[in-house]
Design a protein around this ligand. Structure first.
Ligand code: NAG
Ligand code: NAG
Ligand code: NAG
Ligand code: NAG
Ligand code: NAG
Ligand code: NAG
Ligand code: NAG
Ligand code: NAG
Ligand code: NAG
Ligand code: NAG
Length: 339
């Protein structure tokens, strides 16, 4: 007996319906069942989706072969195509590269694809005059091309207006004297800026603290640490880099002597030196003594190596040596400064 026969018998018994009428009812019933089941499935799926808040996992891959974009591999020097212990590299919105060429006491600017740089801050001789720098260790460039430099051995943060031949001090003692008061610094290593308010955040390395300096203020405030080197939650241990995420929802500090970064529970870092976030919130860490760049999807604590080979230091194109800096340009190309 098939469906039609059963249906026909039932229909005949109950309503003495015609064959046509029975087929019609069955059709309507089937459509009703299909619609109900579909609605239930859609409801279930949408509920599950809101419960797990499933995020699309981006697929990001980088070429494992790198190219040198500034400096000459294995050569230290002060000519315009050379660098000497570059400590920091940043990009502006035009993908112009700025490099803290620390042992040359200058900041070099490289236009996209240029092999030679031009000096935009410092006169190459270490000193504390306004036209000089002493071991610049961190840079930031604002929307108008003005530059902020962490002038680490001068214990000050210098502001170099676009195309200017000299800088002015915006934090720390302008003559280069160290101190631990609110208007002095001791080896400021990194400086970041909240672009909405203009407030600077400074990793005050040898004072084991992070200072904030409101735009135009001659004195700062302690925002973290300042209680000696240590591991308790009121202390920092030689903070070397800090990172303010674009949404200002988190502030990440890298301590020189702790082999971890708060957002990541990975214990596999060996002296992490820098990090950055992409617009999707994925984290990139320059894992210095493992000679690699680790990549963490947003919210995940397990990383993958996207540049370098763990534990192998080298100077060919697929290896890194003491990776200390990691940045991304607008196309998510990765720039890393290593030895
Ligand atoms: C990776 O980069 C190297 C060097 O620039 C280049 O020769 C190679 O074609 C690239 N590979 C891919 C898959 O893009
Ligand atoms: C780059 O600098 C080197 C060394 O100073 C110089 O010989 C060379 O001509 C420069 N190249 C360009 C394109 O300016
Ligand atoms: C830089 O070089 C790349 C690859 O050779 C090229 O596609 C790009 O147009 C160049 N950009 C500039 C600004 O010269
Ligand atoms: C640049 O290097 C040359 C050669 O090593 C050296 O003679 C010169 O003094 C250096 N210049 C500065 C400003 O340090
Ligand atoms: C840099 O400036 C200082 C102070 O004005 C000066 O003494 C020094 O000779 C300058 N160095 C160079 C290489 O011009
Ligand atoms: C910088 O420090 C020196 C030594 O403590 C002091 O004499 C000088 O007045 C300070 N400069 C400023 C602008 O506070
Ligand atoms: C220095 O900053 C701290 C923390 O922001 C504040 O509590 C303290 O009063 C300041 N000290 C002076 C002398 O202004
Ligand atoms: C952290 O260490 C400092 C210096 O030893 C001490 O003064 C402070 O009370 C400690 N804080 C906590 C929360 O343990
Ligand atoms: C993290 O990666 C390691 C090495 O690949 C693996 O053994 C471990 O199970 C992973 N942990 C998690 C939580 O995925
Ligand atoms: C660069 O690599 C070559 C080959 O591995 C090695 O002989 C040389 O010592 C390396 N140079 C530096 C400065 O690490």
């Amino acid at each position: 007996m098939d469906y039609h026969q059963i249906a026909n018998q039932k229909q005949k018994k109950k309503y003495k319906c015609t064959r046509k009428c029975a087929i019609g009812s069955l059709l309507i019933l089937s459509i009703f069942v299909i619609i109900t089941v579909s609605i239930l499935i859609i409801l279930l799926l949408s509920r599950k989706a809101t419960r797990t808040r499933s995020v699309a996992v981006p697929i990001l891959r980088w070429n494992t072969t790198g190219i040198t974009v500034a400096g000459i591999s294995r050569v230290l020097g002060n000519s315009s195509d050379q660098l000497n212990r570059p400590l920091h590299v940043i990009l502006d919105y035009l993908n112009t590269l700025y490099i803290a060429d620390s042992d040359n006491n200058r900041v070099q600017k490289y236009l996209k694809n240029a092999t030679n740089g031009t000096t935009v801050a410092g006169n190459s001789t270490a000193g504390s005059y306004p036209n000089q720098l002493d071991d610049p260790s961190s840079l930031l460039v604002d929307e108008t091309g003005d530059l902020f430099v962490a002038d680490s051995l001068n214990n000050r943060i210098q502001f170099w207006p676009f195309l200017s031949m000299s800088g002015t001090t915006v934090a720390g003692n302008s003559s280069g004297f160290p101190g631990n008061t609110n208007n002095t610094l001791f080896n400021p290593y990194d400086v970041v800026r909240d672009s909405k308010t203009g407030t600077l955040y400074i990793t005050d390395f040898s004072n084991h603290r992070i200072m904030s300096h409101a735009s135009g203020a001659s004195s700062g405030n302690i925002v973290a640490g300042g209680n000696g080197a240590g591991l308790n939650n009121t202390q920092l241990n030689y903070p070397i880099r800090c990172y303010l995420d674009s949404a200002l929802t988190s502030f990440i500090i890298i301590n020189m002597d702790n082999n971890n970064i708060d957002r990541s529970t990975s214990t596999l870092f060996r002296t992490p030196r820098a990090l950055t976030l992409d617009p999707m919130g994925n984290l990139y860490v320059a894992d210095r003594d493992n000679h690699r760049i680790q990549f963490f999807l947003n919210g995940q604590s397990n990383g993958t190596t996207i540049a370098g080979i763990t534990g192998i230091s080298g100077n060919n194109t697929n290896l890194l040596s003491k990776s200390r800096s990691v940045i991304l340009d607008s196309q998510l190309n990765l720039y890393n400064r290593h030895r």
